[in-house]
Design a protein around this ligand. Structure first.
Ligand SMILES: [Zn+2]
Length: 171
């Protein structure tokens, strides 16, 4: 995909999205806390130190920036126009690491919910809400044990979160 963002946005994305305690993550934490959920942050005892860990429900929530974690089909998952090879290998490292962490969590009996930043932007703008997330945490009927939201650009509604089979992740 071509780089569609201007340099200022690019610089903000690269400085702001990566790492702990990002704004989208804070939004999710505040939301969950406001609905009575209690959690641990960046739990080092689990693969990949998941952002938000709810032991009571055995759910790990990962808040992913679309650029670094390569949200498939997302307009924010761009590739910078120069040093393409360098970027591609870094992205590859990230996605391999993410996949391995999810697999290990699932293998240990955790359910994993990945929330992408683009969806959380819509939440912040008041266009969507995260109420579906509360039910998803409480109900253990998450068949694939991995839930990802939103799936792709243009499909941001709660009806578009999905359970995904982890079979493909184990290869
Ligand atoms: Zn995205």
């Amino acid at each position: 995909m071509m780089d569609v963002v201007d340099p200022a946005t690019r610089s903000r994305m690269m400085s702001g999205i990566r790492g702990k305690n990002t704004r989208p993550e804070m939004l999710v934490r505040k939301f969950l806390h406001g609905h009575g959920f209690r959690y641990r942050l960046h739990s080092k005892s689990l693969p990949g130190s998941p952002d938000i860990v709810m032991r009571k429900w055995k759910v790990a929530v990962l808040v992913h920036g679309c650029f670094w974690h390569r949200h498939e089909g997302c307009r924010f998952s761009t590739t910078p126009g120069s040093n393409v090879g360098h970027w591609q290998s870094r992205f590859e490292e990230n996605t391999v690491r993410d996949r391995r962490n999810v697999c290990e969590l699932v293998a240990r009996g955790w359910r994993v919910i990945i929330l992408w930043e683009c969806g959380l932007r819509e939440v912040k703008a008041g266009k969507l809400n995260l109420l579906w997330l509360l039910d998803s945490i409480r109900t253990a009927n998450c068949a694939g044990r991995l839930l990802e939201w939103p799936q792709a650009e243009g499909k941001l509604g709660p009806e578009h979160h999905s359970t995904i089979s982890t079979v493909g992740l184990l290869t």
